[in-house]
Design a protein around this ligand. Structure first.
Ligand SMILES: [Zn+2]
Length: 90
């Protein structure tokens, strides 16, 4: 376990994971991207096409965001102190 650099407490746990954030942000971006492309290309727009496109974009963007976030996690491993609540890179 890595001691907290702020207060020296040994009570730390893995902090905010970039891969989780990346998956959420990537998924939303991917879904928005695909939906906008469908809207821009076809008229009238089928609701079912938007749903399917949105889901595909969500899976695709989420995957890309997860891979990118995992790289960030590897480069900058983060932990959070359970006593003072601060995040730190170690
Ligand atoms: Zn601390």
């Amino acid at each position: 376990m890595i001691p907290c650099p702020h207060c020296g407490s040994p009570h730390t746990r893995p902090g905010t994971q970039a891969r989780t954030t990346g998956m959420v942000l990537g998924g939303m971006t991917g879904a928005a991207f695909v939906v906008l492309r469908i809207i821009g290309r076809s008229s009238p727009v089928l609701a079912s096409a938007l749903w399917v496109g949105g889901l595909i974009g969500l899976a695709w963007g989420g995957q890309a965001g997860y891979v990118l976030g995992a790289k960030i996690d590897q480069t900058f491993p983060r932990s959070r102190c359970c006593d003072c609540g601060k995040d730190f890179v170690h």
